[in-house]
Design a binder for this molecule. Structure first.
Ligand code: SAM
Ligand code: ZN
Length: 351
C-alpha cells in the first residue's frame, strides 16, 4: 500500500481522487479553520478525506464529518481517519441529501468542476460558514458563455480581468442562493489560484441582511475596444464606452461587494504553517483595495504603444493622486484602482 503525507496527515489514496496541486488550497483551509476557531465542519465531497482530516488534526476542529457518495471512498476515509488516531464521522450520501437533512457550522464544497449543483443545499445547511472551490474556470471566466449562463445564471465575459470576473460570478450565485433562504454572505477571503476559484464566506441569517447583500449584485459594462469598464447596479442595453466611444458589452449579474476581509486574512496568516507561496498569496489578498476588477499593465502599454515601466510606480502615482490603488493577487500585471482609464493611462505614460 502506498502512503502519502500532507500536513500532519499520513493517508492512502487507493484509486480515489487526490490532487497534490490543491495542497495550497488545503493549507489555507487549515489556517482559516484555526483563525475562525471552527468546532463543526463537513467536507461534503471528501474523496480520500484529506481536507477534513487535516481540519481535525491541525486545526483541532472537534466535530468533523467526511462525506462522499462513493462507498469505496468512504471505506478509505474510515481507514485514513483511524490511521491518524481521529474519530471523524464518515457518511456515504449524495452531498445534496446530507446537506438538506443536516445543519453544520461550516460547510465545504470541493467538487469536480462546478459547485453550482450543491450550492442550494449547502446554503441551507451552513449555519455560520460556507467554503467553496470551483474548478470550472472556463464557464466562470467567460471562455464558455452558454455553460456560464446555465451553471451560474450569469453572463460571463472574456476580459483582461477574467480571473476576478470568475470569482465574482461564483459569489453572485452564492449571494442569490443564500438570499432565497433569508441569509446573507460576507466574503472573508477569495482567491483564484492555478485553475480554480476558492472563497470563504461568513453566513448571516436575516431577511434584511439578505436584502442588503442583494444590493451588492450588479453588472460590468466592458469595452472590448479599449479595455475600459464601468460598474452598474442596474442593467442597461448595450451602451457606449465613455473612453473611446466604442460599443460595450454587459457581464453579470455578479458580486460587486467586498471579497476580502483583511482582519480575518491577517488572523489566517498568523495561523499559517510554513508555506511561502500561501503566505505571499494571503498577504496580497489582504492588501488589495476594495475596488472590483483591474487593468492589465501590459495591455495598457500595448495600446499606448509604449515600453512598460515598473508597475509599482504606476500604482504609487495613482495613490499619490488620491485614487485607491493596489496590485492584485489575481494577476501579476493587474492594477486595481478607483481611477478611470484615462488617469491610469497618464500614470502609465509617466512611469
Ligand atoms: C474533487 S473530489 C474531492 C476532493 C477532496 N475534497 C480533497 O480536498 O481532496 C470530489 C469527490 O466528490 C465525490 N462526489 C461526486 N459526486 C458526489 C455527490 N453527488 N455527493 C457526494 N460526493 C460526490 C466523488 O466521489 C469524489 O470523491
Ligand atoms: Zn472603449
Amino acid at each position: 500500500m502506498h502512503l502519502l503525507t500532507e500536513g500532519a496527515i499520513t493517508f492512502e489514496v487507493d484509486g480515489s481522487f487526490y490532487n497534490p496541486r490543491m495542497r495550497l488550497n488545503r493549507d489555507i483551509g487549515v489556517a482559516m479553520a484555526r483563525a475562525l476557531r471552527l468546532v463543526q465542519y463537513v467536507d461534503a465531497l471528501s474523496a480520500s478525506g484529506i481536507r477534513g482530516l487535516r481540519a481535525a488534526k491541525e486545526a483541532n476542529v472537534q466535530e468533523v464529518t467526511l462525506n462522499d457518495v462513493s462507498p469505496r471512498a468512504c471505506e478509505l476515509i474510515r481507514r485514513n481517519s483511524a490511521r491518524n488516531g481521529l474519530a471523524c464521522e464518515v457518511t456515504c450520501s449524495n452531498a445534496n441529501v446530507l446537506l438538506h437533512e443536516r445543519h453544520f457550522q461550516a460547510v465545504d464544497l470541493d467538487p469536480f468542476g462546478s459547485p453550482s449543483p450543491y450550492l442550494s443545499s449547502a446554503s441551507r445547511s451552513a449555519r455560520s460558514y460556507l467554503f467553496v472551490t470551483a474548478t470550472d474556470t472556463a464557464p466562470l471566466c467567460g471562455a464558455h458563455l452558454c455553460s456560464g449562463v446555465r451553471k451560474y445564471m450569469a453572463r460571463p465575459l472574456r476580459t483582461d480581468y477574467h480571473r476576478e470576473m470568475g470569482a465574482r460570478i461564483l459569489l453572485g450565485l452564492a449571494a442569490r442562493e443564500l438570499a432565497r433562504l433569508d441569509k446573507a454572505m460576507q466574503p472573508m477571503l477569495t482567491h483564484v489560484t492555478d485553475h480554480y476559484v476558492r472563497t470563504y464566506l461568513r453566513v448571516v441569517e436575516g431577511a434584511k441582511a439578505a436584502d442588503k447583500c442583494l444590493e451588492k449584485l450588479g453588472y460590468v459594462e466592458h469595452c472590448q475596444g479599449c479595455g475600459s469598464f464601468v460598474l452598474l447596479f442596474e442593467p442597461r442595453p448595450e451602451g457606449t464606452c465613455c473612453h473611446c466611444h466604442g460599443k460595450t458589452t454587459l457581464a453579470g449579474p455578479l458580486w460587486l461587494g467586498k471579497i476580502q476581509e483583511a482582519d480575518v486574512i491577517c488572523r489566517a496568516l498568523e495561523n499559517l504553517d510554513s508555506s511561502a507561496r500561501a503566505r505571499r498569496l494571503l498577504e496580497m489578498c489582504a492588501a488589495e483595495v476594495d475596488v472590483p476588477m483591474y487593468y492589465d499593465h501590459h495591455s495598457i502599454c500595448e495600446r499606448l504603444n509604449i515600453t512598460p515601466g515598473r508597475i509599482d510606480d504606476v500604482v504609487e502615482a495613482l495613490c499619490k493622486s488620491g485614487y485607491k490603488s493596489s496590485r492584485t493577487h489575481f494577476c501579476g500585471l493587474g492594477i486595481k484602482t478607483s481611477a478611470p482609464l484615462k488617469v491610469v493611462e497618464d500614470a502609465t505614460r509617466g512611469a
